[in-house]
Design a protein around this ligand. Structure first.
Ligand SMILES: [Zn+2]
Length: 427
C-alpha cells in the first residue's frame, strides 16, 4: 500500500519535513500535551530567515524538544501544478493517521484522502475570491474539539484568493490557535501579493519545486497506467504541471485544444488574422469553461429550487419562491464568479502552451542544449527561430508573458489577447 505522500511528485525535501512533523504531532498526542504552542513557535526552514533571532531560537528548540517539528499553521508554496494541495491533503491525512505516519491504509488516512474525515475541512474556492463570511464560519468550526481525538485540520487551497477581510478573520485564528487546530494554506508564493505578511509570519513554509518531466512521466506510468512514450511527451508538454500532464495523456479533448493553440503562430499572417486568432482563443476558453461548470451550475440551481419549493404548487410555494429571490441572486453571483475563474484558468493554460512554443524558438535560436517543451511543434519552432533570431523570439515570448500578467491584473482578456496577437505577428 503506497503511503499518503506517494503522489507528491519530485518533492523529497518537503516530504521529509512533513513526515517528521507528522511523527512529532503524534508524539504530542501520545504525551497528552494540551497545547502545541507550549512546544514550538513557527520556524521557517528557508535560509532567508536565518537572520531572524526569534526564528533561529525556534529552530534550536526544534532540535531538542519532542513535538517541536510540528506547528499550528503551514503554508505550501510552489508553481501551479507542483502539488501544493496534494501536499496539504497528504499532510492532513498523516495528522489523522492512526499510526502517525500517513500509512495510507488506516481509516484516518483513508477518510482524509477521500475527503470525508469529520475533522478535516477543505476550502476550495471556485470563484475569484474567498469571502469573509465563509472564513468566519470556518474559523468557528475549526475551534471545536476534534471528534476523532486527534486534530482539527483546515486546508485552504488558493489562500492567495482570500479577501482582505477574510484574511483578517483567518489571522485572528492563526494568532491564537485553538490547541488542537492546524491550518494548512496553499499559495503560489510567500510574496505579499499572495499572502499577507502577518499571516506568513505565523506560518511555517513548505516550498515545493517544479517537478522534473522525468518524475512526472514516472508517476503517469506508475499510477495512471499511461504508456511510457505518451507519458514522456505529456510530461514535457505540461512543463512540470502534474495535473495538466495527466489530462494531456488521457483526455483527447485536452490534446485537441492544445493543438489549436499551438497552430496559432502559423496563422498570424496579418492584422485581420491576428484579431481572428484572438477571438478564437477567447472563444475556446469560454467554451471549455462553460462545459466545465455547466453540470455543477445546473445541479446547484435544481437543489436550490427544490429547497425553495419551486416544484410545488399553491400559494405557500409561490410566496416562498418570491421571498427567496435573494438566495437565487446569491447563487447566480457565485456561479458567475466561478465561470469567470474557469475562463481565466482555461485561457491561462492556453497562454502557457503558447509561451512554451516561443521558449522553444528562443532556445533553438540561441543553440541552447535543452529539450523542447513541445516536441510535436519543434520543427515549426525551429523555422521561427531561423526567421526571428533570438531577439525576435524573446520579444514574442515576452508578449505572451505580458498578456498573462495583464489578465492577472484584471485587464479585459479580449484586449490583452488582441494586443498579444498583434505583437506576435509584428514581432
Ligand atoms: Zn494511516
Amino acid at each position: 500500500m503506497p503511503d499518503v505522500f506517494a503522489d507528491l511528485v519530485g518533492q523529497d525535501e518537503a516530504v521529509d519535513v512533513l513526515r517528521r512533523a507528522a511523527a512529532d504531532a503524534a508524539a504530542v498526542l501520545r504525551a497528552g500535551l494540551p497545547d502545541l504552542t507550549a512546544q514550538s513557535d513557527p520556524a521557517d526552514p528557508a535560509p532567508t530567515s536565518g537572520s531572524d533571532p526569534a526564528q533561529a531560537g525556534a529552530a534550536e528548540r526544534a532540535e531538542r524538544e519532542p513535538g517541536a517539528g510540528m506547528t499550528h499553521a503551514w503554508i505550501f508554496t510552489g508553481p501551479p501544478g507542483s502539488g501544493r494541495s496534494v501536499a496539504a491533503r497528504a499532510f492532513a491525512a498523516a495528522l489523522q493517521c492512526g499510526h502517525g505516519s500517513g500509512c495510507g491504509a488506516c481509516p484516518g488516512c483513508h477518510t482524509t484522502m477521500a475527503g470525508t474525515h469529520a475533522d478535516v475541512r477543505l476550502v476550495v474556492p471556485d470563484g475569484l475570491s474567498i469571502g469573509v463570511n465563509e472564513m468566519r464560519a470556518l474559523v468557528l468550526r475549526a475551534a471545536s474539539t476534534p471528534s476523532g481525538g486527534r486534530w482539527q485540520v483546515v486546508v485552504i487551497e488558493d489562500a492567495d484568493r482570500l479577501t482582505e477581510a477574510a484574511g483578517n478573520a483567518l489571522l485572528k485564528a492563526v494568532e491564537e490557535p485553538p490547541p488542537r487546530t492546524v491550518f494548512l494554506l496553499c499559495a503560489p508564493s510567500i510574496h505579499p501579493d499572495d499572502i499577507s505578511v502577518t499571516i506568513r509570519s505565523r506560518c511555517r513554509v513548505v516550498p515545493l519545486r517544479q517537478p522534473a518531466p522525468a518524475a512526472v512521466a514516472e508517476v503517469l506510468v506508475r499510477r495512471d497506467g499511461v504508456e511510457p512514450d505518451v507519458a514522456d511527451w505529456a510530461a514535457a508538454a505540461a512543463q512540470g504541471h502534474v495535473g495538466r500532464a495527466r489530462r494531456l495523456a488521457r483526455d483527447p479533448q485536452a490534446r485537441t485544444r492544445r493543438d489549436a493553440v499551438l497552430a496559432v503562430p502559423r496563422q498570424l499572417t496579418g492584422v485581420g488574422a491576428a484579431i481572428d486568432a484572438a477571438a478564437a482563443l477567447i472563444g475556446a476558453a469560454e467554451a471549455e469553461a462553460a462545459a466545465l461548470v455547466a453540470d455543477t451550475d445546473a445541479a446547484e440551481r435544481a437543489a436550490l429550487e427544490t429547497a425553495l419549493g419551486a416544484g410545488g404548487t399553491g400559494r405557500r410555494a409561490a410566496s416562498a419562491f418570491r421571498g427567496a429571490a435573494g438566495q437565487v441572486k446569491e447563487l447566480e453571483r457565485r456561479q458567475k464568479s466561478r465561470a469567470t475563474r474557469a475562463q481565466r484558468d482555461a485561457l491561462d493554460r492556453a497562454l502557457v502552451d503558447l509561451a512554451g512554443f516561443y521558449r522553444d524558438a528562443l532556445t533553438m535560436a540561441l543553440g541552447a542544449p535543452v529539450e523542447p517543451v513541445h516536441t510535436d511543434t519543434a520543427t515549426v519552432a525551429g523555422a521561427g527561430a531561423r526567421k526571428w533570431e533570438a531577439d525576435g523570439a524573446l520579444r514574442r515570448l515576452e508578449a505572451v508573458l505580458a498578456c498573462r500578467a495583464a489578465i492577472e491584473a484584471n485587464v479585459k482578456p479580449r484586449i490583452a489577447v488582441e494586443a498579444m496577437m498583434l505583437a506576435l505577428w509584428k514581432g
